[in-house]
Design a protein around this ligand. Structure first.
Ligand code: GTP
Ligand code: MG
Length: 205
């Protein structure tokens, strides 16, 4: 699948302000600073479409991007990519964390065109409780998701693989569920084709 066009649409404080739910939608979520906005820029081939920052907590609202993709087979297709604010930012006040939970929970439970959630996990770390808890919640809500490991350029491939395997092991222990997994690096531009092919297949079904 080739992305022909990617444009910023709107930043919303609630699902109620989001654009009409009339196209398939895919959202990126994960810990603050895990690389959500960078990965959106990678797959859309745009350096600054989604705002990135070395300081955690950059993305604060629900950001919609309208994507036009095409392939020889299917002609052109429009869909939304959504950049969400991250969780687990230690410096945030409790009230702020609560409002994040409310915003995200409402969005996930009410956005009827949301096809799949891409949950980003930092491949440098051993399984983190906050990620596993978030995934258990998604599993309970029966929300379809894919795991996307990020920043694979920062560790040796063996370490990345060990962390991925350990994560899946822990997830399976708590949910008996093994999701699809993609390993990426925005710095090395890897994992992009896999991610786009997955979205293309979901768009077809
Ligand atoms: P919030 O919006 O704050 O939740 O963060 P985010 O998940 O959108 O992360 P963002 O894309 O802003 O990236 C955070 C930092 O990590 C930036 O300094 C990026 O340059 C860096 N980064 C993101 N992806 C990669 C990667 O694949 N490799 C490396 N080496 N750095 C990365
Ligand atoms: Mg961001």
């Amino acid at each position: 699948m080739v992305i022909k066009n990617a444009t910023y649409v709107i930043s919303s404080p609630s699902y109620k302000n989001c654009p009409p739910a009339d196209m398939p939608e895919y959202a990126f979520i994960g810990r603050s600073n895990v690389g959500k906005s960078s990965l959106i820029n990678l797959i859309t081939n745009r350096q600054n479409l989604a705002k990135t920052s070395a300081t955690p907590g950059k993305t604060q609202l629900i950001n919609h991007f309208l994507i036009e993709s095409g392939s020889n087979k299917q002609g052109r297709l429009q869909w939304y990519l959504v950049d969400l604010p991250g969780y687990g930012y230690a410096k945030k006040a409790k009230t702020e964390r609560k409002s994040w939970s409310k915003m995200i929970e409402d969005y996930l439970l009410h956005r009827e065109n949301l096809v799949n959630l891409f949950v980003l996990i930092d491949s440098r770390h051993k399984p983190q409780r906050i990620d596993l808890e978030f995934l258990s919640q998604l599993y309970e809500w029966e929300m379809p998701f894919t795991l996307v490991f990020t920043k694979a350029d920062k560790e040796k491939p063996g370490v990345v693989q060990r962390n991925v395997d350990a994560f899946l092991e822990e997830l399976k222990a708590s949910t008996q569920f093994l999701p699809q997994v993609i390993v990426t690096s925005s710095a090395k531009k890897s994992g992009k084709e896999e991610l786009l092919e997955l979205i293309a297949r979901m768009n077809e079904s």
